[in-house]
Design a protein around this ligand. Structure first.
Ligand code: 4GX
Length: 251
């Protein structure tokens, strides 16, 4: 996977090289992250990259010329790479979109600053618009890093260990079950006995049910789209009936 990042603040992306899985993938050449400084493509003496909006109003707009020169530069080497703009107006990033992006050979991530980019650049050059959530950032850089991070862990072998990103929460569409490690007793709190039983069938069932309960309590909306098995529905029906019995007595 290849990322070309177009930004006015290329130094921000050094955060990805400090440590962790993204750095390891870069070191192993499973991933490349090239930053392109948009300001380097400004041609005037002040290296201007923004200008006032036509029609008036507050804030500035990114000028088309340096931005398009930067996009052309990134596309030159790899014309097949998809040009993506980070913006609150984009498709909401979720695990499905992350998987879709991971199938691309390369992405050109365009990080906007100010009020945004000239609409003509969007019309001609932007192939996809992505949002990392319904809130407003001061620039696209952190959003681009979120995309890089989430897409990187979908690269086959990226997570290093034998487990794949596939068996975790969100690939099932459910929240993760609770995790425990040593010590067996921590400040008086123990670990669910079943996890120490060595009975892998029952452990798997406990974890699945814990995931279902976690999802029901914290993100019930996810149950609507999760890949539920018939045993899951049976378990949820059991919970439902148990609650009904309790409620009947309370009322
Ligand atoms: N998920 N922002 C981009 C400037 C901007 C506006 C419009 C292009 C077009 C954001 C988000 C986000 C703030 C990044 C506005 N650039 N990006 N920036 N949420 O809030 O991705």
């Amino acid at each position: 996977m290849r990322f070309s990042v177009l930004t006015l603040f290329p130094e921000m992306f050094s955060a990805l090289r400090v440590g962790g899985i993204v750095k390891r993938c870069v070191d192993r050449k499973q991933l490349s992250i090239d930053t392109v400084d948009i300001r380097a493509f400004a041609t005037d003496r002040h290296r201007t990259v923004d200008d006032r909006p036509y029609g008036g109003g507050c804030g500035m707009v990114m000028k088309p010329e340096p931005l398009v020169a930067a996009i052309r530069h990134a596309k030159e080497k790899h014309p097949e790479d998809r040009v993506v703009l980070l913006t609150p107006q984009g498709r909401l990033l979720d695990q499905g979109l992350t998987k879709e992006l991971a199938e691309c050979s390369g992405l050109v991530l365009v990080c906007g600053r100010y009020e945004g980019v000239d609409q003509r650049v969007r019309n001609r050059w932007i192939e996809d618009e992505i949002s990392i959530g319904d809130y407003v950032l001061t620039g696209g850089e952190l959003a681009a890093m979120v995309v890089i991070d989430a897409v990187t862990r979908m690269i086959p072998g990226a997570l290093g260990n034998a487990c794949s990103a596939e068996d975790e929460s969100f690939s099932t569409g459910l929240l993760e079950y609770p995790h425990y490690t040593r010590p067996r007793s921590f400040e008086g709190d123990g670990v669910p006995e079943i996890l120490m039983s060595g009975d892998h069938g029952r452990i798997e069932q406990w974890r699945r049910r814990a995931s279902l309960i976690e999802t029901l309590m914290k993100r019930p909306d996810l149950l609507q789209t999760a890949a539920l098995e018939s045993g899951d529905v049976t378990f949820l029906e059991t919970l439902y009936r148990e609650l009904e019995t309790i409620m009947d007595k309370l009322r």
